[in-house]
Ligand binder design. Structure first.
Ligand code: ADP
Length: 256
């Protein structure tokens, strides 16, 4: 099947800093694809290049097996940075402005507000929203025009546990509707919970890419037997890398 996105040997330098080094992978249709890596590993740069906000220093990419174009990118909803909503306007009023800027129809504002579970609060001012609601409104804005693909940069960053759960559930729900979702995250736990596929970045280099249940099971899984899970969690937390301790006494280690 035609991949949604194919990156081919993408590199990016900011002067002397090599933010991406020869990165290639493909994103299959219908998956939730996590770009996983610690801060500074190149996730935002990669998404920026994918959306043509940034220019790659080398390499190329294809969306839907075609050269990237403004027309193709219209099929993609993005949340790359926090949108500037007007604090004293309501959710509906804010989305009307966004729809006009993005040249999307006004008719699907109610639909996207229902999707992100903000319809009941659609006439409340933005300033009265919780952080989680603000982020859901940002996703609603990305959903205007009913794109097949969503590109989200750290969608749960800065949210409290309730807000995080809401956004993760929303992502799963959108994926169940058939949308392909590409999201950056620095949390292994998040990728394990939400994503079907993952590309792991370390200092701009791709370490591994593929289905989560292959990559995150087979890569560096260490059997530790019946250890004290809490003590183990503390020990691995102090290590330089990701860890995820399973109830069955396995620990997944990804060092960086
Ligand atoms: P991440 O999203 O994983 O935190 P980034 O893509 O933001 O990573 O950054 C990757 C590297 O590129 C980092 O070393 C960062 O400091 C650097 N970088 C990002 N944007 C710029 C920029 N505009 N100018 C110079 N360096 C940058």
């Amino acid at each position: 099947m035609t991949p949604v996105l194919a990156l081919n040997t993408i590199s990016k330098n900011y002067g002397p800093i090599q933010a991406l080094d020869n990165v290639s992978f493909t994103v299959p249709k219908g998956c939730v694809f996590g770009i996983l890596g610690p801060n500074g590993s190149g996730k935002t740069t990669l998404l920026g290049i994918a959306m043509d906000v940034l220019r790659a220093s080398a390499g190329n990419l294809r969306w839907f097996d075609q050269p990237s174009s403004a027309e193709l990118r219209k099929q993609i909803g993005t949340l790359l940075e926090t949108p500037n909503f007007y604090h004293y306007l309501t959710a509906v009023q804010n989305l009307r402005i966004t729809a006009e800027i993005k040249q999307r129809g006004l008719d699907d504002i109610d639909t996207v507000l229902k999707k992100v579970n903000l319809y009941e609060r659609r006439n409340s001012k933005f300033t009265t929203y919780s952080l989680g609601m603000k982020q859901r409104l940002a996703i609603a804005a990305a959903l205007l025009g009913n794109p097949d693909v969503l590109v989200l940069d750290e969608p749960t960053n800065g949210l409290d546990p309730v807000g995080i759960a809401e956004i993760r559930n929303l992502i799963k729900q959108l994926a169940a509707e058939g949308k392909t979702i590409i999201m950056a995250s620095h949390l292994l736990d998040e990728v394990e919970k939400v994503c079907t596929h993952v590309a792991i970045l370390k200092k701009g280099k791709l370490i591994a890419a593929g289905a989560v249940d292959e990559i995150l099971v087979n890569e560096d899984v260490v059997e530790i037997g019946a250890a004290n899970i809490q003590a183990l969690q503390q020990a691995v937390n102090s290590m330089n890398g990701y860890s995820s301790v399973k109830q069955d006494g396995q620990v997944l280690l990804l060092s960086y």
